[in-house]
Design a protein. Structure first.
Length: 296
């Protein structure tokens, strides 16, 4: 059984990241490491269905709450929140890798939604890691640019209120829960939908607002050249209203060596909706990592 360890890691700008590691006590340092980056307004627990599915895999699994989410602090003063960017989350991922992943361990990076952008941000910032420490990447329900924000009724107004630290208008929490339900596809388990709603409801409004602004203008296409040096898998839901499948197909065009899974009945919340498919992609990439030595 994998042992669960949690620790706080401080970033250079003062954010405290809550980092979780799952591994068998006797796992050797050179065993592969799977690092999972979660999406906007949820937390590391959104990946736990996949972690459970991989319980028998001889792999170290690292998760963390992105800054401002879950138990992690945001690291910025209120006056600085408008400067939030996905680039910051890429630097956080670099901090996590340095702090908890053994240098001899080949790494598979997996990101859902904003977490996929976090992987792309690291690829742009630290391209020398890709093809050496980082040997594979899994991009789940994500995009490199042109996120479909601001297109739903009332969304931008709610975010503007949150950015100013103001309470939501009457019915605001219900509106947010309705938006979350709309991110699932046709065959969602009602229990999973409620779990996602609860995670989003627990996220601070200032975090909502800060990352909303960051996602409106995100462009992480600069990470593509580094990803050309590693194995890449892309999984997308055809009914995803936040990261439309056309964005995933655009990434596939930019990364023609990537494998691509298009799920016709799924939406955005694939770690819940398509746990088995995501876990199978992880297993396939891990099998390739084990067949190759890591170069430090």
């Amino acid at each position: 059984m994998k042992r669960h360890d949690r620790r706080g890691i401080v970033t250079p700008d003062g954010a405290i990241l809550s980092v979780h590691t799952y591994a068998e006590p006797d796992l050797p340092p050179e065993a592969p490491t799977l690092v999972l980056a979660h999406g906007w307004a949820v937390n590391h627990e959104s990946w736990l269905p996949v972690v459970d599915e991989l319980a028998d895999e001889p792999v170290r699994i690292v998760l963390w709450d992105q800054r401002g989410h879950g138990r992690s602090t945001i690291g910025l003063r209120r006056t600085e929140l408008a400067s939030m960017s996905v680039s910051l989350t890429g630097r956080d991922l670099d901090v996590v890798l340095r702090a908890v992943v053994p240098p001899t361990s080949p790494v598979l990076l997996a990101g859902h939604s904003m977490g996929g952008m976090t992987v792309l941000a690291l690829a742009e910032q630290r391209p020398e890691l890709f093809g050496s420490r980082v040997q594979a990447a899994l991009l789940v329900a994500t995009a490199s640019s042109h996120v479909a924000l601001g297109e739903r009724t009332g969304e931008a107004a709610v975010m503007r209120l949150a950015a100013r630290g103001m309470p939501l208008p009457p019915g605001g929490n219900g509106r947010i829960r309705a938006l979350v339900r709309g991110l699932f596809g046709e065959d969602a388990d009602p229990a999973d939908v409620e779990t996602a709603c609860d995670q989003v409801a627990s996220t601070k409004l200032t975090t909502f607002a800060a990352f909303y602004g960051a996602l409106l203008t995100v462009d992480q296409r600069g990470g593509f050249p580094a990803l050309e040096r590693v194995r890449v898998a892309i999984v997308a839901g055809r009914l995803d209203p936040l990261m439309p499948v056309t964005r995933a197909r655009a990434m596939r065009v930019a990364l023609p060596h990537a494998t691509f899974v298009d799920m016709p009945r799924a939406g955005h919340m694939l770690p819940w909706e398509a746990t088995d498919v995501v876990a199978d992609e992880v297993r396939g990439l891990l099998a390739e990592l084990r067949a190759r030595p890591v170069s430090v």
